[in-house]
Design a protein around this ligand. Structure first.
Ligand SMILES: [Zn+2]
Length: 440
């Protein structure tokens, strides 16, 4: 598609009559349309946003103008829960029936057989290039950290992080099941790798094991001692007995843990009895936990049974959490691996799917920051808003309201970084052929 507008090579320039969500601006700028958008002029100078004003109130003199005619401009995306180390292994290790147990088993087999440093690095790079092309500015990934893999993957993560500095902020949290906390040598390995290559975040997969409380105690204590944040995979299950979310929240309150905690999935919360769910949500709010829902993977993995139509979308009680004042968000999770055969590290896709799966549109504006400002807050980053003084990083679309924005995949979006339109495209899958041991 030919863009009806192009950004001028000369700077400064003005995006004239751009439609911007009021929630993406640092201060109110009315009047707003019925979807919560303000009509503004954005002055870009020296690669930064120099000014944002209500449209028409300032004469920008000689600066060339781009007639946006009410097209939507978004902040760059923040993807707070991903698995860059697992991505793109589907062709060599598929999930035989598409369920959670099949995904776990397939991942363990592929990890043991193939995850050399070079393999992990190449797949990570592929995913980062996808995310960058689609307009993502910050990513948190989980890193499988079990046995020898811990010492293979963390140096790779650190190298990727350094290579992408200034383009994508990369954070990482280790991933292992909570029972590993009983093994002192495992915890020593994790501590050493995080000290050397980590980003100050400790995490694990919680499940209703007899040692859950004790295991969480080990992780909280280590995090307190190091000043680290925590990030957990929580209750990714339809099992009503899975309530480790409540255990985490209670422990955070009891220990007066002050660093940020992010919890992902929390699927079973949606299925629990109203009283229990209310109690847990209240504790989550009091503990100040951040909650990320992974709508695409949850819908793929949860409630799957061969020959039976799913009855549940798999997602957590995100509306109820938000209403209780919890910082809530959505993210990618897995990409073309046994947990999810689709995905492209594209937060626009996560957003449009998330809106449909989780009903994130009444009102649309209230939920829009769930792909930008809310995850940025959870990551401790000043991103996800359009703010004078910040780099002119934004996504220029051809859409003029939320249905135009979400009805199409926005393949013609223009990703602008430091005031310049980016030419990056997602890489060709054929680049992965050699890694997967496959002929083109
Ligand atoms: Zn995950």
């Amino acid at each position: 598609m030919t863009a009806p507008f192009a950004l001028p090579a000369a700077r400064p320039y003005v995006l004239k009559q751009a439609r911007v969500l009021a929630r993406s601006l640092p201060e109110p700028m009315g009047p707003l349309d019925c979807d919560g958008f303000a009509m503004v002029d954005i002055l870009v100078d020296e690669g930064a946003i120099a000014k944002i004003v209500p449209t028409g109130v300032v004469d920008f003199g000689e600066a060339p103008e781009v007639a946006m005619s009410g097209r939507i401009v978004l902040p760059l995306f923040v993807d707070v829960h991903t698995h860059l180390d697992k991505g793109h292994i589907w062709r060599r290790k598929r999930n035989p029936i598409g369920d959670f147990a099949g995904a776990l088993a397939a991942n363990i087999e592929d990890r043991a057989a193939n995850w050399t440093a070079a393999d992990v690095a190449a797949r990570m790079e592929f995913s980062l290039r996808c995310a960058y092309a689609h307009g993502t500015t910050a990513i948190r990934t989980h890193i499988d950290s079990v046995g020898p893999q811990t010492r293979i993957s963390w140096p790779v993560l650190a190298e990727a992080r350094a290579r992408w500095r200034g383009r994508i902020d990369l954070q990482a949290s280790p991933l292992f099941t909570i029972d590993h906390t009983a093994d002192a040598s495992h915890i020593a390995d994790i501590e050493e790798m995080l000290d050397a290559h980590g980003t100050g975040i400790l995490g694990a997969v919680t499940r209703m094991a007899p040692n859950l409380h004790q295991g969480l105690g080990v992780l909280f204590e280590l995090a307190e001692c190091k000043g680290w944040e925590l990030d957990f995979h929580v209750d990714e299950s339809a099992d009503l007995a899975a309530h480790s979310l409540a255990v985490i929240a209670d422990m955070a309150i009891e220990r007066r843990f002050t660093r940020p905690i992010l919890v992902g999935h929390c699927c079973s919360l949606a299925l629990q009895k109203d009283d229990e769910r209310r109690r847990t949500i209240d504790a989550v709010a009091r503990a100040g936990l951040n909650v990320v829902s992974l709508p695409m993977c949850n819908m793929f993995l949860q409630d799957r049974e061969a020959g039976r139509t799913p009855r549940w979308r798999g997602v957590t009680a995100l509306h109820e959490l938000k209403r209780a004042g919890v910082n809530v968000m959505i993210a990618s999770d897995n990409t073309r691996d046994p947990f999810y055969p689709y995905g492209d590290m594209d937060m626009m896709e996560v957003w449009r799917e998330g809106v449909r799966i989780l009903h994130l549109e009444y009102p649309f504006a209230d939920w829009a920051p769930a792909v930008s400002a809310f995850p940025a807050k959870a990551m401790g980053l000043d991103r996800g808003v359009l703010q004078p003084g910040n780099p002119a990083d934004m996504i220029v679309t051809h859409a003029r309201d939320f249905t135009e924005l979400l009805a199409r995949p926005q393949s013609d979006r223009i990703v602008v970084r430091n005031g310049e339109a980016s030419n990056d495209k997602p890489p060709d899958y054929a680049e992965l052929d050699a890694l997967e041991g496959l002929a083109p």
